[in-house]
Design a binder for this molecule. Structure first.
Ligand code: URA
Length: 210
């Protein structure tokens, strides 16, 4: 079992993250870096995927070669910013099934409100990776994991770009069984629930909205 919090300290991840944080990074640059970093994070979060062997013929001889076992894994994007992590991850894991959880954050209460939920079948038989670039208060992340557990998921990981101590604590309290993989544990939150030092609004930055 993975530890509850894994911070991916690989130099490529850290360098790309720094470039993404810079306020003058263009939408195109931000998007490209997000695609690249999502693949590096996907590599880390999938390192416990179950394996089996299959007999194959190499040009030289037969061998029992390692292959992934079980059902295709499920990537669940928390809309809308989670979608920014999906493209890169799907390049690495092209047969993954994909689901979406739509939650918006009430600006006043900071509590999550659900507006969309569509996930692959047989969630109970798949590794489920929830993707959202920002683990801020942890309220929407914990709510999304609640919904996925209600839908049958038991083997869940949470993948984000930035996390806060508050968000990690919130997830640990509600879902101690869900390992978190992130590129950085940032300082904390401002009064509006934005991550500090952070990178601003991840959705706005990846989609070029404001
Ligand atoms: N969501 C974002 O996009 N940015 C933050 O800093 C916090 C939540």
């Amino acid at each position: 079992m993975q530890q509850h919090l894994t911070i991916v300290k690989h130099p490529l991840v850290q360098h790309k993250l720094t470039l993404m944080r810079e306020k003058d990074a263009s939408t195109a640059v931000f998007r490209q870096l997000l695609r690249e970093i999502s693949q590096l994070l996907a590599y880390e979060v999938t390192h416990e995927l179950p394996m089996t062997t299959r007999q194959i013929d190499t040009p030289m001889q037969k061998m029992d070669a390692p292959v992934l076992a079980g059902r295709k894994l499920a990537l669940i994007s928390i809309l809308r910013a989670g979608n920014g992590l999906l493209d890169g991850m799907l390049e690495l894991i092209p047969s993954a099934r994909v689901g979406f959880v739509g939650l918006y954050r009430d600006e006043v209460t900071l509590q999550p409100v659900q507006y969309y939920f569509k996930v692959p079948d047989n969630l109970d038989k798949r590794m489920v990776i929830v993707v959202d670039p920002m683990l801020a208060t942890g309220n929407s992340s914990a709510a999304a994991v609640d919904l996925l557990k209600q839908a049958g998921a038991t083997d869940i990981r949470f993948l984000c770009l930035l996390a806060t101590p508050e968000g990690v604590a919130r997830m640990k309290e509600s879902h101690p069984d869900v390992p978190i993989v992130t590129a950085s544990l940032d300082k904390g939150l401002d009064e509006k629930g934005y991550i500090l030092p952070g990178l601003g609004d991840a959705g706005d930055r990846m989609f070029g909205t404001k």
